[in-house]
Design a binder for this molecule. Structure first.
Ligand SMILES: Cc1cc2nc3c(=O)[nH]c(=O)nc-3n(C[C@H](O)[C@H](O)[C@H](O)COP(=O)(O)O)c2cc1C
Length: 234
């Protein structure tokens, strides 16, 4: 069962409902100062013990272009990237998660007009991740290796805060775990210390309003599928 998403209101709800993963950006630039503001806002995210276990590495303009060029070269030698440092998905994903993952893939490739059997076109689309979908800026998010699953959750709060703050400034984002297969290249380019592990990148920029892929609305499970109001006598 999926929930129909209702019209957005204002404020945080507007940001929540207008955020979506954008997979076609224009080349309109984003100022360094704006990225600083977004990260300042995002750092208001809570974290247990106020550890603030996150680090962010910002690419903008020429640095983004240089990194794209580096990855293009790396892909010639290693088309499938590097073994990820963390398991991006559990092995043998059970339902309903498996179906949700399959369904969003079908929706994405359907929107792009790429048929299931066209593996080459699907791979080409996947590789667009490594161009940041054309975004002029991106932020890589890393967490101290000594941290555990609890602090990784706090990193997620920082990232969502960042994406919502971007909406208030008319910017859009795409979170990208795909970068897990290029963690060494990312670490080398951004000078990420060994004490930290890359989680993902988030592309940042202006959405191309002409691109159909940007109008794709991802579904959500209905509330009854994941919310449990617990009765007093249970
Ligand atoms: C941590 C994280 C990593 C993701 N990695 C990718 C990615 O590598 N490439 C991509 O196209 N989308 C990626 N997504 C986007 C998800 O597919 C998307 O959030 C989901 O389908 C819901 O759609 P929405 O973001 O438009 O609401 C990622 C999302 C998150 C939160």
């Amino acid at each position: 069962m999926t929930e129909t998403i209702t019209a957005p209101a204002t404020g945080v709800r507007e940001a929540l409902y207008s955020r979506r993963s954008i997979r076609a950006f224009t080349d309109a630039p984003v100022a360094d100062a704006t990225l600083r503001e977004l990260l300042t806002d995002a750092a208001r995210a809570p974290s247990g013990g106020n550890l603030q276990p996150w680090s962010a590495y910002v690419l903008n303009g020429a640095a983004t272009d240089a990194f794209r060029a580096r990855i293009r070269e790396a892909m010639k030698k290693h088309p499938f990237g590097e073994p990820p440092e963390y398991p991006v998905y559990p092995e043998d994903l059970p339902d309903p998660f498996r179906s949700r993952r399959r369904d969003i893939g079908e929706l994405l490739y359907g929107t792009l007009g790429i048929p299931r059997e066209d593996k080459a076109a699907r791979l080409t689309q996947f590789a667009r991740n490594f161009e940041f979908f054309g975004a002029p800026a991106a932020v890589f998010f890393a967490v101290e290796r000594i941290m555990n699953v609890n602090q990784w959750a706090h990193l997620g709060m920082f990232q969502q805060s960042f994406m919502l703050a971007a909406r208030e400034r008319g910017l859009h984002t795409c979170p990208q775990e795909a970068w897990a297969i290029w963690h060494r290249e990312v670490a080398a380019f951004c000078d990420i210390p060994d004490s930290q592990m890359l989680h993902c990148g988030i592309a940042v920029g202006h959405a191309d309003p002409e691109a159909a892929v940007n109008h794709m609305q991802s579904p959500r499970a209905g509330l009854d599928d994941f919310v449990h109001f617990v009765a007093q006598d249970s």
